[in-house]
Ligand binder design. Sequence first.
Ligand code: NAD
Length: 508
Amino acid sequence: MLIMAGSNEQSDKQTINHWAAGAEFAGTSGRFGDVTDPATGAVTAQVAFASEQDADQVIAAAAKAFPAWRDTSLTKRVQVLFRFRELLNQRSGEVAEIITSEHGKVLSDAAGEVSRGQEVVEFACGIPHLIKGSFTENASTGVDVHSVRQPLGVVGIISPFNFPIMVPLWFTPIAIAAGNAVVLKPSEKDPGAALWMARLWKEAGLPDGVFNVLNGDKTAVDALLGHNQVKSISFVGSTPIARYVYETATANGKRVQALGGAKNHMVVLPDADLDLAADQAVNAGYGSAGERCMAISAVVAVGTIGDELVAKIKERTEKLKIGDGRRDSDMGPVVTKQAQDKITGYIGAGQEAGATLIVDGRDVTPDSDGDGFFVGPTLFDHVGREMSIYTDEIFGPVLSVVRVETYEEAIDLINKNPYGNGTAIFTNDGGAARRFQNEIEVGMIGINVPIPVPMAYYSFGGWKSSLFGDTHAHGVEGVHFFTRGKVITSRWLDPSHGGINLGFPQNS
Ligand code: NAD
């Protein structure tokens, strides 16, 4: 393991502490959680779980650092961002290894998430341009108007287990570049990447206290949601927690963006290239063991292509190598034993509900040592829209094929689904694709692209139960989220000031 860690009196395991004011901070709660290697099932470290008092100290470190960072010139702030970008570029392999050892995804996939996060760092390097205000000379006679955008203060970021570095990087570089101080609460399941990132920010020259890590569970989250010095919350995780975070933090007067869960459909029209569609269903359904918020979990086969498409997907699943992500595997384990049990429970429920089980991931023999949390690729056909394998976000390598007769039925299925994160259509008919992008009630759409994650200069976010709040992550929306607008109207005195006038200011 590459993270440096302190000692833990509770056991001989390494401890992953908090990070405040530029150094590790152990906290005083005496509570810890296990961090496991999902490929072997071994407990590899313990992560400190913050108490409310620990949270107060981490937030206080951020609050103390904020004024000086806010007043640091844009030129100097951007130099830190550029240095961070260079370090990330040179050392991405280190953090990919940490991610694989705690999350389980294969190394190439972990490296991929680092590079998608790095895109946001590169976008944030352009903050001087992004944050520019406007100026109007002589808006009224002798009166000028200009606008500026200013940072919020201490901002809280709460991230899920499935992208331990990419999701924090959706927000952190923009928040920092805009002059805020950050408290990141990573997932307790794989907190190592956040501590690694804290050291990298320090090495890049970021002043102590501008980036902090608060580890823990609900206690840590609630402390952030309730603290009056935390001005905004950026949350990514499951829908019930996203809703809770949104409702609680907005009730406490904070600005909130809370990205939730997903059930992403891939529509395959009869004219599509079925080999391409099958390849992409396998990539997007089973990549990262289905633990992606943009994973495809429902393939909607339109017309009579169902048998051929299912056969092509099945054939491809048989070639996948399942095992330890540090070996030559295509797909690693799922994150925890609980996740494994939940996913295999859904496979049983799908069978009982009458769906046709084409490939059963419970039978997998992984290339791994120890007792890892593996579920192989699983494929169901003839899935009904009332079955739990269709209605619920399983968050595992389980692909459901739903058969419909018409394009309209496919649209109806997706638009009636409570989630609206991502979707894709596979077709060679430009008119159908154009109609789909217009009619579908989903935030991110792929046309012959299965995982349409927007580039950093666009914004990432779903609709309906996949997002609470109205601001998506990164891109211009991210810059707006982490800044407040001000408009200044000014008149420099000339010899003819107008005297007293109690009327509402009007233009002249
Ligand atoms: P999760 O909701 O369990 O946890 C997310 C964060 O909330 C973690 O930091 C966790 O410690 C905290 N948390 C958990 N329970 C809490 C509680 N009761 N009160 C307060 N805080 C709590 O999500 P997860 O399992 O870590 O991640 C997977 C989920 O995230 C999936 O639903 C996936 O779709 C979603 N996700 C969504 C996006 C998106 O962009 N919409 C991206 C990635 C993941």
